[in-house]
Write a protein of this length. Structure first.
Length: 142
């Protein structure tokens, strides 16, 4: 069996990731990627979220963005080599700070309907999974 199609490159113009929030979450900040639209953040005064859309669209940042906007394995313009060819350069990562999600594992709900778009068809996403936390929950500080 030929596994070539299971491990495809994502070429220019790169990947676009989307999802639907379970509740009324917002993206306070992002590092290593950015939302394409801010949405309606008019109810926020003072600190304004990066994105208030119910269905945000996220794109990778270009190489060479300022260091304070980068995150490990970010900023490749959405272009990725295939896992089968080189696992080290087949990863893209970004960090988000989410608001209005709650402050415990009981109140935080997983986003739904993940989409991964690339140049050409054939990219799919499974449902979100709960994994061990890399950060801790805090109250919304903004």
């Amino acid at each position: 069996m030929n596994n070539f199609q299971m491990y495809r490159h994502i070429m220019t113009p790169g990947w676009t990731l989307g999802w639907t929030w379970a509740k009324k979450e917002v993206l306070w900040t992002m590092v290593g990627a950015q939302a394409t639209e801010q949405g309606d953040c008019s109810k926020f005064k003072g600190n304004i979220p990066h994105c208030c859309k119910k269905t945000p669209t996220i794109v990778d940042m270009l190489p060479g963005v300022p260091y304070n906007q980068q995150f490990t394995n970010c900023c490749k313009g959405g272009v990725l080599d295939s896992w089968g060819q080189d696992p080290q350069v087949s990863v893209s990562a970004f960090q988000v700070s989410v608001g209005q999600a709650g402050t415990s594992n009981k109140t935080v709900k997983l986003p739904k309907n993940f989409t991964l778009l690339g140049p050409g068809p054939g990219y799919t996403c499974g449902p979100a999974k709960i994994v061990p936390s890399t950060k801790f929950f805090t109250p919304d500080l903004y």
